[in-house]
Design a binder for this molecule. Sequence first.
Ligand code: FAD
Length: 436
Amino acid sequence: MTTYRSWAYCPASRQNAIKPAWTDFDLHKETGSLLPFGNGRSYGDSCLNSDGIVIDGRLLNRFISFDVEQGILRCESGATFADILALTVPKGWFLPVTPGTKYVTLGGAIANDVHGKNHHQDGTLGRHIRCFELKRSSGKKLICSPEKNTEFFAATIGGLGLTGFISWAEVQLIKIPSSFIEVETTAFHGLEEFCALSEQANVKHRYSVAWLDCASSGKQFARGLFMSGNHIDCDKKSKSALHEPTISIPINFPKQAINRYSIRAFNALYFNKNRLSAGKPTKQHYDDFFYPLDSIGNWNRIYGSQGFYQYQFVVPPSKLVVMEKALNKIVASGLGSFLAVLKEFGDLKSPGMLSFPRPGICLALDFANRGNITLKLLQELDHLVMDAGGAVYPAKDVRMSSQAFQSYFPNYSEFEAYIDPKFSSDFWRRVSDKKT
Ligand SMILES: Cc1cc2nc3c(=O)[nH]c(=O)nc-3n(C[C@H](O)[C@H](O)[C@H](O)COP(=O)(O)OP(=O)(O)OC[C@H]3O[C@@H](n4cnc5c(N)ncnc54)[C@H](O)[C@@H]3O)c2cc1C
């Protein structure tokens, strides 16, 4: 038995694991429920299977082929985005979509149909996956693509690891002129100002995202920094493609370290420091632009051993008032934390049956786990999101009810037909009301 944790430290389960070294392993012989495990960068319980066995795919991280002319990469599913970038950036190619950490595996990223700062322009990762091999527990292997086994393709993208094990995948990369991004930063006050900036920036910038202060009220309510950027040709000396964390949190912080005063002080400092550099474009290495948190090893320990919750939700564009209500609730509770991330999703359709991204405004932030008061606030937010016809991101969740899940993902019953009969997860048992 090995301990498997997800990123927010909330559930840690000791469970059986198999660690295949070659993609021809046999799932047919396994007894008990199965679930693929990528690199545990999901925050909640969608990557855990405490009653069963996880298929830990991290040894399956070999490259299979790379067409340097066309930017088409095929690799095993356990290759991380860090591994991929180390290979492709020196050849002038970048991932078409990346989340805020490069320590995710390709298999895990497909299973959550991850989105990035370029959602308005490029949609989710699934739109750039050309094909993959899906291993079912029956022993059958399916090659899935937008043309072949199309239902399994759609069910597996964003399918939370439940349709089988992706052994390899092929992704279309994007051409880049250098490792640098030119970034513009603008301070804003209020959600309407954010939306206006987003509308302008999304026309000329591939990437856009904002940091929102979720601790300040009154005149400072909903202030933030809006960042947008494009890949640029830059002769600045490139840093190594594979950055390792420069500092690391060695222990879990004590519970008292994160409180409404330390958070308010941090947010004010962050806003004021960065506001000064706003207005002047800067050149940032892709590591600094896309993965700032990766430079702090084990940053998830700052919330202490009781862990934290991340809450990420999207509401339709017409429901800005709901976002404002949610934000008011968060500010009034004093429970919100550092670095809330606000992003406008565009209207490019996500290819997965259960993909989370959809047109609207999306907010993600951490809450230190303070027990029932935190859970009560999150439940209140759930009701706002449900009433607005929005959704909460399963990759970040450990507590949504089956009622909430079914409201956010109304086609879950269509999806159920593609679940591998031997596959399950802690998340799935909770949201589908299934005990096995
Ligand atoms: C700092 C940070 C920033 C983040 N930013 C973003 C963001 O901007 N956008 C975003 O979308 N997400 C974001 N995330 C979430 C993260 O991108 C996803 O949770 C991602 O799926 C984690 O990948 P993983 O390889 O660690 O997989 P895990 O978390 O281990 O597993 C994720 C899911 O993939 C399944 N899975 C894993 N491997 C396979 C396989 N081979 N075959 C089939 N299924 C498989 C698992 O069963 C599970 O359901 C962020 C996470 C962190 C920690």
